[in-house]
Design a protein around this ligand. Structure first.
Ligand SMILES: *Cc1c(COP(=O)(O)O)cnc(C)c1O
Length: 208
């Protein structure tokens, strides 16, 4: 049991972080290191956080205003706020008490002609089998995203290989925190490259 608010980081990780921040290093080399450290059948994208990566993804997809994003009814509020900020409609999917995730039937019943994306979170350290959910989404021509922000379990679990995107967070309160950071595993390499290009246009913070 790991008590809440006890930050999951070691002193040597902090020392490496500080030295990385003050030394001049190529950012793209850092991205390659992340991809090599966490191999996946899919493309790997390192970003500033799950939320910023989610924002980049919605910008890139550029869905018609009013499109629906079917998402776990319980998640951090920012995930739904980002959906709204893109002119899209978050549609909450009720969770089952046993799994803390919506059932595939709940997902199926929520689909309308406006539904475009499905985003399901593994909550409180649980990991649910999303195979049936992914099948429902793909049957309806929707992209399936898996929010693994609370499900990091080391490099042996890169998410469900059939998910279009699996999103991991290394924010301050997460398992194995890096005090900030996100990693996405994506099926579509072109989409990965498009997100990387958008992210490269972010203004850089001065080193000091
Ligand atoms: C923490 C969390 C996020 C956001 O992660 P950041 O990397 O901090 O943006 C998203 N979804 C869930 C379920 C989370 O717990």
């Amino acid at each position: 049991m790991w008590s809440r608010k006890r930050i999951d980081i070691a002193w040597n990780d902090l020392a490496i972080g500080v030295s990385g921040a003050v030394s001049r290093r190529d950012v793209s080399a850092g991205h390659r290191t992340v991809a090599e450290a966490w191999p996946s059948e899919r493309a790997v994208f390192a970003c500033l956080s799950v939320r910023s990566g989610w924002d980049l993804l919605l910008s890139e997809l550029n869905l018609p205003t009013g499109s629906e994003v079917l998402m776990s009814a319980m998640t951090i509020p920012d995930m739904a706020d980002i959906v709204r900020a893109h002119g899209l409609v978050p549609v909450p999917l009720e969770l089952e008490a046993r799994t803390a995730a919506p059932s595939p039937e709940t997902l199926r019943q929520a689909i309308t002609p406006n539904s475009k994306l499905v985003l399901i979170a593994h909550l409180f350290g649980t990991r649910i089998d999303l195979t049936p959910h992914i099948a429902v989404a793909h049957e309806h021509g929707m992209m399936f995203l898996e929010d693994c922000a609370q499900a990091y379990a080391g490099p042996t679990f890169p998410g469900h290989e059939d998910a279009d995107v699996s999103m991991f967070s290394f924010g301050t309160i997460k398992t194995c925190t890096a005090l900030g950071g996100g990693v996405f595993h994506l099926r579509d390499r072109q989409l990965r490259d498009a997100l990387a290009q958008r992210q490269a246009e972010y203004p850089m913070q001065p080193r000091g």
